[in-house]
Design a protein. Sequence first.
Length: 109
Amino acid sequence: MAYTYHELKEKTIQELREIAKGAENQDAVQGYSQMNKDHLLPALCKALGVDAHEHHGVTGIDKPGIKAKMRELRQKRDAALEAHDADALKSVRRQIHRLNRQIRAHVAP
């Protein structure tokens, strides 16, 4: 059975050890009976060929465009810091914050 990282993470240590027992790549999970969940999970992901982190997709917005705008704003932020311009600094930080929130609002698990 093919597993995702999220499915594996939700399983108990005993369930993970049972999966490790049946894994084809035994070298990656060698010593699985002695591992705790923090060590067994990455080893099991490697043995099963599963990405060892969760992916969150962004839908409904242009994430690369927003990231480009954020890079420009960070340059403006650095310039405002150098110039000791508190008003410009506050404005740029608020814009960066709003863009971050916009991306997070559109994340689909």
